[in-house]
Ligand binder design. Sequence first.
Ligand code: FAD
Ligand code: MLT
Ligand code: ZN
Length: 479
Amino acid sequence: MSKSVHVHAFRDLLDGGGIVDDPERIATYTTDQRQTFTGSTFAVLKPATTKEVSDIVRLAARLNIGIVPQGGNTSYCGGATPDASGRQIIVSLERMDRIREIDPVSMSISVDAGAILKNVQDAAAGAGLLLPLSLGAEGSCQIGGNISTNAGGLSVVRYGMTRDLLLGIEVVLSDGTVVSDMRKLRKNNTGYDVKQCFVGSEGTLGIVTGAVLRLAPLPARRATAWLKLTAGAPLAELLALVRRESADLITTFEFMTARSIALATAAMTNPPAVGAGPGGAVLVELASSSSHLDLDGLMEAILGEAIGFGWIEDAYLAQSGVQQASMWEVRETIPEGEKRRNGSVKHDISVPLASIQRFLDVAGSQVRAHDADLELSVYGHVGDGNLHYNVLVPPDADRIEFTREIERGLSLQLYDTAASLGGTFSAEHGVGRFKKHLLEKYGDAGRIAAMRRIKAAFDPSDILNAGAVVRPFEAGSIG
Ligand code: FAD
Ligand code: MLT
Ligand code: ZN
């Protein structure tokens, strides 16, 4: 059957705006976020209902056409990008963006999977509640993408990853079956927790069409501070101090080096006058839904202790919402700052908190030994043991070539270091198409075998996002 016959067959399932087959418009969906790989497809399907998703999957399975689910296309590992074969269609959830229900008593929100994270945060805030998932891409990424990558972000230290916020799910399986489990229960021990299979599965097990997320009370007070660290300041001890002395009211503990801050402020129109000490800087936030707690006083006391221990040389406590926002903007603009300078080779590593300093020391020597002229942008969610240990692409280098060269050599040394400390090569960005070889290299063989069996059980014909994460076959390579 020719591609145009396929297009007609899919068009019949969808209403007017539901299919894109014009090559120019298709091109806006086929390149990954980092612009390192462009795949090929003959159509982008944009279903408006769960039934349409199910119909698409049934037809695709019958025609043996692969499906790549796509949300906001903000992920970093190529999982939302089709391969080069031209035999995979993209299913974009962008038209399924409804807020279905907010339940202030159960403190939950039910949404379509294509709802943009920022819109869901705003809807929750409108009801006096907080959706405690926050990341730099929140204006474009979708809840279905957040679930499928188990997104982390800037408040994991308090509220956990997306996995921890998921109460219910609606998902279309590879034969078109709809799993409808949109419950808002905290307790539901009725067999396997099927919804969790889809978290972090990167579109390889099902297409998420709806979700129920846990909300929290909206903070009434926030104390936000920018800490300049002394040389060798112990990050894990500083974090432990803040957690203990704030009665665990911490929501954010973000580490940044001077280079990362400079990249961000260079990309901002009105940057605040913050900087780093010799040990870097940390953005710390405490938040409370109680308006009776003196969070600023608490923060000042904690900062005083940290100065007394010799861990920080200076600190600013934000005096207004505007100052808070501008400190946050610095942190959130780092990826954009890297991009403007010619990009970075990203290493989204995580190690147990006690080993963060060791990782920084060993990785630093590895980088210097590789090439003393390399520049780094190191920052991240240190409250969760997660560092973005990024090698900056020199302004005059070919970005793709440079990235390939680093990924073939230095990156593996850095991942070896993380692995030797009990860490991982992907803390929050996933595996997608780009990190499969790393899963193969560093993953436990038994765990990979278990992943393959899960994939084979949910998608035996490998219709869903073939080429990402794992394939259902027992022999040969992962992808
Ligand atoms: P996409 O990129 O479209 O897709 C991601 C994967 O999920 C793909 O494999 C795709 O096939 C699958 N998928 C998408 N939607 C569905 C669905 N409905 N059903 C089944 N599968 C689906 N990530 C973090 O974890 N923490 C951060 O702090 C963070 N900060 C970022 C900052 C910036 C500036 C950028 C650009 C990205 C950042 N990311 C971060 C990465 C990215 O935003 C997250 O991975 C996000 O969760 C991806 O959502 P998305 O809707 O864009 O998904
Ligand atoms: C972040 O924390 O800003 C992202 O996960 C890292 C990035 O965008 O490179
Ligand atoms: Zn991150």
